[in-house]
Write a protein that binds this ligand. Structure first.
Ligand code: HEC
Length: 150
């Protein structure tokens, strides 16, 4: 009799646990990076890509893909920063970013750190992000540093 009780309790517990897991799976599957449409939807048509604007989607893209290393505010203090041999660039530091052109920043993001003579621990995003999104990330970094190429 006690065995059957245990078995029954076991089955109930298992059911509760698996449904709980299913629910949390469903909940997290709706969390995703912004789509290209979400990044570009507020950019007016006919805008030259080099004049890309920063949208809410740009900020979300940065939060999704870049903050682990570069930090939530772009200060280079992300949660992964201390595990990297070369510290992630501080995107709020005008002193360095003024020495880089928009093209160089674009290239660093698209093809990775190595492509511009920087560390390979800055990954390449060209397979993940479209050019106009990368362009808007460059503009966002210009916002963070409140600077432009000298
Ligand atoms: C795995 C960690 C990591 C992630 C994620 C990451 N970066 Fe970086 N990033 C770095 C590191 C490290 C450097 C510094 C490279 C150096 O100074 O040699 C860097 C440098 C840069 C630079 C400056 C390049 C230069 O000229 O020095 C830019 C711009 C940049 N990252 C943009 C981004 C953007 C935008 C994203 C998100 C799409 C991103 N990074 C995601 C690690 C990362």
């Amino acid at each position: 009799m006690t065995n059957r009780k245990h078995l029954l309790a076991g089955i109930i517990l298992l059911t509760i646990l698996t449904t709980a897991c299913e629910q949390s799976k469903q909940a997290t599957s709706t969390v995703r990076p912004p789509t290209k449409e979400e990044v570009t939807k507020t950019i007016p048509q006919n805008t030259q890509p080099e004049l890309a604007q920063v949208t809410e989607g740009t900020r979300q893209t940065y939060q999704w893909y870049c903050t682990q290393c570069h930090g939530i505010k772009g200060k280079g203090d992300g949660i992964n920063a201390k595990f990297l041999t070369v510290p992630p660039r501080n995107h709020t530091k005008a002193q360095y970013l003024e020495t880089r052109t928009d093209e160089q920043l674009f290239q660093a993001i698209k093809f990775g750190g190595l492509s511009v003579g920087r560390a390979p621990c800055m990954p390449a995003w060209g397979e993940t992000l479209d050019d106009d999104i990368i362009q808007s990330l460059v503009q966002y970094i210009r916002e963070l540093c409140q600077c432009e190429a000298l």
